[in-house]
Design a protein around this ligand. Structure first.
Ligand code: ZN
Length: 65
């Protein structure tokens, strides 16, 4: 359904979707610390290849390809 990836401005990783366990842990951790949640930024596969973020090892299999 989603053809791409998501990331946030405060993350150094991108994910295949917001249901990624690692992403969810990050959100909960931010909430627990009282941090403002960063907006989710959708990335196309092309954009993901250009951003400085790296693929999340949990949902992206540790490799972009
Ligand atoms: Zn992930």
């Amino acid at each position: 359904m989603s053809a791409g990836y998501i990331t946030t401005g405060g993350s150094d990783r991108y994910h295949t979707g917001v249901d990624c366990p690692a992403f969810q842990r990050g959100v909960r951790g931010s909430e627990a610390q009282g941090n403002t949640l960063r907006p989710v930024i959708p990335l196309t596969p092309e954009q993901a290849g250009h951003v400085r973020q790296t693929p999340c090892p949990e949902c992206c299999g540790g490799s972009a390809r």
